[in-house]
Write a protein that binds this ligand. Structure first.
Ligand SMILES: [Zn+2]
Length: 64
């Protein structure tokens, strides 16, 4: 039987058994973050389309 050493998907180093398939907690965190940001597509250009030019009309105190 050959020992199949998994490689860390982040840095390609041999994975740590306790942290498989990652080599370190750091890489596990990095992958998780990557997965989260990729999965929950964050609207990157939210304030790109909507301009704040639409100011509410100033209350007019017309005295006529
Ligand atoms: Zn790694």
């Amino acid at each position: 039987m050959s020992t199949a050493v998994r490689k860390c998907p982040i840095c390609k180093r041999p994975a740590e058994a306790a942290l498989a398939p990652f080599c370190s907690q750091r890489c596990a965190d990095a992958d998780l973050r990557q997965w989260l940001t990729g999965g929950y597509a964050i609207p990157a250009r939210a304030d790109d389309d909507e301009s704040d030019d639409d100011l509410p009309p100033a209350p007019r105190d017309s005295e006529d």
